[in-house]
Design a protein around this ligand. Structure first.
Ligand code: IMP
Length: 218
């Protein structure tokens, strides 16, 4: 398969778009026209929501499209906030409000385990659908630190940096975050499937991580 020259990205989240551009450096990623309305994310899973957004972008443009649906799942909260991560503290909640609600929700809990999950859905020009999943395990701390990344990053200490490294995702460089993040892992699976260079920091080039999965839809 020859790699695509460009992909439309179905997102309104500038942070995600920036990270996807940093990770998928070999392809032009074009933000979906703001005039195109994205359908509500009514899916019960990251996969369903990623497909809802990617289908809408392809339907509106006729071009190959991708969409990322992602979030954080706390073990002590049975996986919440999960698909509701962007609106955990309410429909118009800021990243900071969502972060503090999660910190408060875990305040009395001993189980601090959290996981970032990202599913990227890809629709090619003909409409064939595939999804790619990446995970990143970590623990949630009570006092946020760092100014990098976005969302829950200032309170998320990843396991992949090792037991002696207490830096949060927001204290890592962008490249170090992408090497271990849920989005980095899912995007590199996509890159490999499309014949793109999966980029520095990819598993197999020095870093490795838990398995990510690709699933074909048709
Ligand atoms: P979505 O737009 O429904 O996929 O919402 C994703 C939400 O999950 C974001 O708004 C963040 O709250 C959270 N999230 C996803 N990925 C990250 C990340 O890499 N760092 C921090 N928070 C994230």
């Amino acid at each position: 398969m020859s790699p695509p020259a460009r992909l439309v990205v179905a997102t309104r989240n500038e942070h995600k778009l920036r990270e996807l551009r940093e990770i998928l450096a070999g392809v032009e990623l074009v933000a979906l026209d703001p005039e195109v309305e994205l359908p509500p994310e009514t899916g019960a899973t990251f996969t369903e929501n990623a497909l809802i957004k990617a289908r809408a972008a392809r339907a509106a443009t006729g071009e190959a499209a991708i969409a990322d649906d992602s979030g954080i799942a706390a073990a002590a909260l049975d996986g919440a906030p999960g698909v509701r991560s962007a609106r955990f503290a309410g429909p118009r909640a800021s990243d900071e409000e969502n972060l503090w609600l999660l910190i408060d929700s875990l305040a009395a809990r001993r189980d601090r385990r959290v996981a970032y999950v990202c599913v990227i859905a890809h629709l090619d020009e003909a409409g064939a659908e595939r999804t790619y999943e990446g995970r990143c395990e970590g623990t949630l701390i009570a006092e946020p630190r760092g100014s990098g990344g976005f969302g829950y990053d200032p309170a998320f200490v990843p396991l992949d940096t090792g037991p002696d490294d207490e830096r949060t995702m927001a204290e890592l460089s962008a490249a170090d975050k992408h090497a271990i993040s849920h989005r980095g892992r899912a995007a590199r699976e996509l890159a490999r499937a499309l014949g793109l260079d999966p980029g520095a920091g990819a598993p197999g080039s020095g870093h490795s991580g838990p398995p990510s999965g690709a699933r074909g839809r048709r």
